[in-house]
Ligand binder design. Structure first.
Ligand code: DGY
Length: 328
């Protein structure tokens, strides 16, 4: 009698309840589940040995060493994220191992959050909330905590993929008839016509935009592209929002620019590192709002992401094309 060996799966965090129950219900796989926060590097290297599939998160560095340590039986890596800058595509490509990701399902959640950050920065929400909590709310005043309005302003979106477009669609009604949307990216996007957005050079965008939203993938070309030279070219009243990856911004340069009052307000969903220390210099500026990488953090979206990540994983285990496979 032959004993059927089940494929081994390493799951590096707990999924939203419905998806967690789903993955635990498969009796044809052996699930190794890391439950306690971010899996330490040593544990990752230990537990990944001999697995057939890896379901990972943006908090896991899946590099050459991890892929090599996993062994030749590894059939698929599935990340529960749309971004995959934490995974070495070179290491996977050289072994013909497919990478699954979760595009599309988080567009609405992230675009909603982008709007939230633009408005929070423009209307000085952090300062208002702090004033209430600290007892600094003395009276209504015609001149207190005046923010800026989006009417007639120029919104500049760097990276006009699904999330950039979704953000543009949401912000368009705030701009009135004289406001405009421009974007910078590698290609002209047909969908940009839906919001009457024009493609401009990056240099033009950063000089002309009243609001700059970073919404592009982190690559070796885009890493640190927002540096002191770029901040110097921006309007002094600019609102800068980052919903992509912290490393898009050279953070020491950002602190430098803020210390010279070069930027109107900054709102970040992503930072370097994550989590950001509560003592980080960036947080000392009252015109800076930082939230803890919440872009896709709705129950609906995270459940959908987890289910796609499971579907990708299962397809990979069976040697099938993944429903959402990164092309490399
Ligand atoms: C992603 O999926 O890349 C997001 O940053 C997670 O919120």
């Amino acid at each position: 009698m032959s004993v059927q060996i089940k494929p081994r799966i390493l799951l590096t965090k707990t999924l939203p309840l419905a998806a967690q129950k789903r993955i635990e219900s498969f009796d044809k796989i052996e699930l190794i589940h890391w439950k306690d926060g971010v899996i330490p590097r040593g544990e990752l290297l230990n537990l990944v040995k001999g697995v057939d599939g890896l379901l990972c998160m943006i908090t896991d560095e899946i590099d050459e060493e991890v892929i090599e340590t996993a062994g030749n039986q590894l059939k698929v890596v599935s990340t529960m994220s749309v971004g995959y800058d934490h995974v070495s595509t070179a290491a996977l490509k050289s072994r013909s191992i497919p990478l699954g990701y979760t595009p599309g399902v988080l567009t609405d959640a992230v675009a909603d959050l982008a709007v939230l950050l633009v408005l929070a920065a423009a209307r000085r929400l952090r300062e208002g909330i702090s004033a209430v909590l600290n007892g600094d709310w003395i009276t209504w005043s015609p001149t207190w905590l005046l923010g800026s309005q989006l009417t007639d302003k120029t919104i500049g979106i760097v990276g006009f993929g699904r999330i950039g477009l979704g953000t543009a669609k949401r912000l368009k009604p705030f701009l009135g008839s004289n406001g405009k949307i421009v974007y910078a990216g590698r290609t002209v996007k047909k969908e940009a016509e839906e919001v009457d957005a024009k493609k401009v050079e990056f240099d033009v965008l950063i000089k002309e935009a009243d609001v700059v939203i970073i919404s592009c993938s982190l690559t070796e070309e885009t890493r640190g592209m927002f540096n002191y030279e770029v901040f110097k070219k921006m309007k002094r009243s600019v609102i800068l929002v980052n919903i992509a990856r912290g490393s898009m911004i050279n953070q020491p340069d950002l602190v430098h620019a803020l210390s010279e009052n070069r930027l109107g307000a900054v709102a970040l969903d992503v930072t370097t590192p994550e989590p950001l220390s509560p003592n980080d210099e960036l947080l000392k500026f009252k015109n800076v709002t930082v939230i803890p990488h919440l872009g896709s953090a709705t129950l609906e979206t995270r459940t959908a992401m987890a289910n796609i990540a499971i579907d990708n994983l299962l397809a990979g285990i069976k040697g099938e094309k993944l429903p959402y496979q990164v092309e490399f």
